[in-house]
Each structure stands twice: as C-alpha cells, then as structure tokens.
Design a protein around this ligand. Structure first.
Ligand SMILES: C[S@@+](CC[C@H](N)C(=O)[O-])C[C@H]1O[C@@H](n2cnc3c(N)ncnc32)[C@H](O)[C@@H]1O
Length: 283
C-alpha cells in the first residue's frame, strides 16, 4: 500500500499536481470506498480496484480536478455533488460562509440571497447552519444550476430548510424585485479573475468560464452585483463578497465608491491573503 501510494504520488507530482500525495490517497480511498485514514491499515488492493485507480490517476495527471473524479466536494459541514459544468467550491470560501453564519446568528428568520450559487456551497451551508434562514440561491449558468438544484434537493431531503433556487442574472436590475429593501444578508463568490490571467489547468480546462472570468480587472460582474445588493438589502443589511488576492484594495474601494454602504472592511483568508470584503447598507 505504501509503495502503491508513493508511486502514485510521484506520478502526480511529475504532472504538476499541487498536492500529489493527498490526491493519490483520496482517489484510492474513493475507489475502495473507505475513509482515507484507513488506507494504510489495508493489506492490498483487488485487481479491479487497482485498474480503476490507475484510470483515475491518468485523468488526475491530465489535470482533471480531483473533485470531478470523486464527484464530491467537502464544504464546511456538507459534502456537495460536483462535476463538469459547475465550479468546484474552494476551502477559502468557507470563511466567507462562516462570516455570514456569524452575522445571521442573532436573527431568528433572516432573509438571505446568495448571488452566483454554483454547487450551492454557500447558500446550502447557510440553510444548514441557520435553519431559520430563508435562503434564495441565484445562478445564471444553465449547466451550473442543474447542480445547484440537485444539491438543494439532496439537502432538503436530508432535513435542511429548503433553499429557493432561481435562474437569474445577478446584474439584472429586475432580479428579485419583490425582495427590494428587505434582505438581511447578500453573499456572493462571483467570477473575479481578470481576463487573461494565468490559472491552473484544472481551472482553465474544467471550471465553467462564467464562474471564473470577470472582465479586464476581474470586477465587471461585481459592479452589477453591487447595484443589485444595494437595492435588495434593508437598511443595516450586510454584504459579503469574495475576491482575488490582488483585489484587497480595489474591491473595498469599489464598495465605498458606491456610496450606499458603511463599515467597509476587508478580511484575510487562513493563509493571510486578502479574501473577502464586507459592508453594511446605510440607513
Ligand atoms: C466563483 S463561482 C462560485 C460558486 C459558489 N458560490 C461557490 O462559492 O463555490 C461563481 C458562480 O457565479 C455564477 N455567475 C456568473 N455570472 C453570473 C451572473 N451574472 N448572475 C448569476 N450568476 C452568475 C457562475 O455561473 C458560478 O456558478
């Protein structure tokens, strides 16, 4: 087992995979349907499982995202179904969701909107961690929203408060008009990568373009999102937006320039990199 994993990790490392050993272990654990921690207690791997493992290693070496191969992505307390057509939720977004959970805690039945829901990672986490919240998940990409709907149905079946999934454009001035001035929290992990920026092959070849690219400075969608958020939020309502490492000044500046928000703050991720901006709708 040790040799098998060491060889697999070497192969992934040679292909430029960022965390080769972890990926090798997670792929083998998925094939054998055992927790990763149990791998080294096993005596060997049956031939058919070995063949499947080799096939997955080939694909991972070709930089297919790990989560597309396992079909699952962990996010806070949930495990979401993911695959081609939907953005793979990232660990750094867990902090934005965590901030949102903390803000919602004092409110019994907050109204929440997640703009650009993808797999539903943020929206479904908020509904899971605050059962009183009424959450609407907005997604524009017809391929991605299939995954939002699927994961929302799975979570509702598991007993979480159902999340409303809406096909729509977060920059549309007519979006969710019925919620104008009534939303307690708008949260978004929008597409924010500047056009033409270098991204890993997993992103370039497998994340949907609509989930990644945000125009020349990466902030095209955010400009429209700000107008929508300002319209939806009640006075005192909160906004949280994820951004790229390099946007830790530009995004807060954009929010301040809007003029309708106070308490504009930027927050670092666990690696200390600027990661999301929060603000409060002016009274
Ligand atoms: C970076 S992904 C984030 C997905 C998910 N919230 C997460 O954190 O994993 C951005 C998502 O916004 C969606 N999106 C992009 N532009 C949009 C728009 N104008 N209106 C609504 N959704 C949009 C994309 O399709 C994608 O699912």
């Amino acid at each position: 087992m040790r040799e098998l994993l060491a060889g697999a990790a070497r192969r992934l490392a040679e292909a430029g995979v960022e965390s080769p050993r972890v990926d090798a272990e997670l792929l083998l654990a998925a094939v054998l349907d055992v927790p990763r921690a149990r791998l080294l207690t096993l005596d060997g791997v049956p031939d058919d499982a070995l063949a499947r493992f080799e096939g997955l290693l080939d694909q991972r070496a070709d930089r297919v995202p790990l989560q597309h191969l396992t079909g699952r992505a962990p996010f806070r307390y949930l495990e979401l179904a993911v695959g081609p057509g939907v953005f793979v939720p990232r660990p750094e977004t867990e902090q934005l969701a965590g901030w949102a959970v903390e803000q919602l805690a004092p409110l019994a039945a907050p109204v929440v909107v997640d703009l650009g829901a993808g797999s539903g990672a943020i929206a479904l986490s908020l509904a899971h961690e605050h059962p009183g919240a009424g959450v609407t998940a907005v997604e524009r990409d017809p391929g991605a929203i299939e995954w939002t709907r699927h994961n929302a149905a799975v979570r509702a079946e598991a007993g979480d408060t159902p999340v409303a999934v809406l096909a729509g454009d977060m920059t549309d001035p007519g979006l969710l008009r019925e919620l104008d001035d009534s939303v307690d929290l708008v949260v978004s992990n929008p597409p924010y990568v500047p056009d033409g920026a270098r991204v890993p092959r997993e992103v370039a070849d497998h994340d949907p373009p609509l989930a990644v690219w945000g125009g020349p400075d990466g902030l095209d969608v955010v400009r429209g999102l700000l107008l929508t958020a300002a319209r939806l939020l009640r006075p005192g309502g909160l906004l949280g937006i994820e951004h790229a490492d390099q946007q830790g000044s530009a995004l807060p500046a954009l929010v301040r320039a809007h003029g309708g928000f106070a308490d504009v703050e930027d927050h670092p991720d666990l690696a200390g990199r600027p990661r999301f901006t929060t603000a409060r709708r002016l009274r």
